[in-house]
Design a protein around this ligand. Structure first.
Ligand code: NDP
Length: 274
């Protein structure tokens, strides 16, 4: 059995390491391979791998939107989010799904936070925000607000994914901190090489949970500042691991094995890459 991940660049992807560890732990005769493709070559490469008998592909930047155009069937999550990170090749068809949303919600729950009934502020309105917002709405979050630099993109998410969402200007993002239970960084701020995301955590409720989608570095300034204010901080590595589990099961027909110690494997890899 063969599956893989396709993107450009792809060398930095942690998916091959993670999937290979699960393959070994499950005792499967399978391989999971990275494939690089320019936007121009994405469709031909996917179709060639489909014809070669792969079980499917994870899809990463910059192809997540284009992936939808190749599918015969699109899940509700991928349709609403407008992007697929999973293509499975099933009975002569290509199925598109998005597991980022469910991965994000699982990572919250594993950290002991149930979003049901909670009031959540999402920062950012790109692809990650669309998945996070879809997941939060699906998981029963009570109130949602999105703060983004470009207001139009936040309004689009409110219109297409979560109609009652409040849209807030970027410079007013701290104004809701005394009202919300959870704040999600779904911007690319804080990512290695980018400027950090600064928040005025002094205004936050003591019970506030801050969760980052960024995992390089594992402790962003967003999280470090929240933890210094004694708030709960959750890093983005959990989301990465949890979005991989449904993909593994879709490719290989068995659940990703428990206890494969994926987190410490990935933490070591991220540590080496510093
Ligand atoms: P996009 O490029 O689609 O969106 C980037 C977002 O960041 C936009 O909302 C953009 O605002 C905002 N932004 C960028 N620069 C600034 C700035 N200087 N000031 C204010 N806002 C800014 O990226 P993605 O949504 O695809 O990815 C976002 C993050 O999510 C990435 O860092 C990635 O690491 C993480 N991610 C993590 C996953 C995981 O498994 N843990 C999975 C997927 C993504 P504007 O709209 O105004 O441009």
């Amino acid at each position: 059995m063969t599956a893989g991940v396709i993107g450009q660049p792809i060398a930095h992807s942690l998916s091959p390491l993670m999937m290979s560890r699960w393959i070994d732990a499950a005792g499967l005769d399978a391989i999971y391979t990275p494939y690089v493709a320019t936007p121009h070559m994405f469709a031909p490469v996917v179709m060639a791998l489909y014809r070669a008998g792969l079980k499917g592909l994870n899809v990463t930047l910059p192809h997540k939107t284009e992936a939808l155009t190749l599918a015969n069937r699109i899940s509700d999550a991928a349709d609403k989010i407008g992007a697929a990170n999973l293509l499975t090749f099933v009975d002569g068809e290509i199925h598109a799904d998005n597991t980022d949303a469910v991965g994000f919600i699982s990572s919250l729950r594993i950290a002991g936070v149930d979003p049901k009934g909670k009031s959540v502020l999402v920062l950012g309105a790109g692809g990650a925000s669309r998945a996070v917002t879809y997941g939060l709405k699906d998981a029963g979050a009570r109130e949602l607000a999105i703060a983004n630099r470009s207001l139009g993109k936040a309004r689009e998410i409110a219109r297409e994914i979560a109609p009652d969402t409040e849209v807030v200007g970027w410079d007013n993002r701290n104004g809701l901190l005394d009202q919300v239970d959870i704040v999600v960084n779904a911007t690319s701020l804080g990512l290695k090489g980018q400027i950090p995301l600064e928040m005025e955590w002094g205004q936050a409720r003591d019970s506030l949970v801050a969760i980052d989608t960024v995992y390089t570095p594992l402790e962003t300034q967003f999280l470090a500042d929240a933890r210094n204010r004694d708030l709960t901080g959750i890093d983005g590595l959990g989301m990465l691991i949890e979005q991989g589990k449904p993909s593994f099961e879709a490719f290989f027909g068995v659940a990703a094995p428990q206890g494969a110690d994926i987190r410490s494997l990935l933490e070591t890899k991220l540590g080496e890459a510093k």
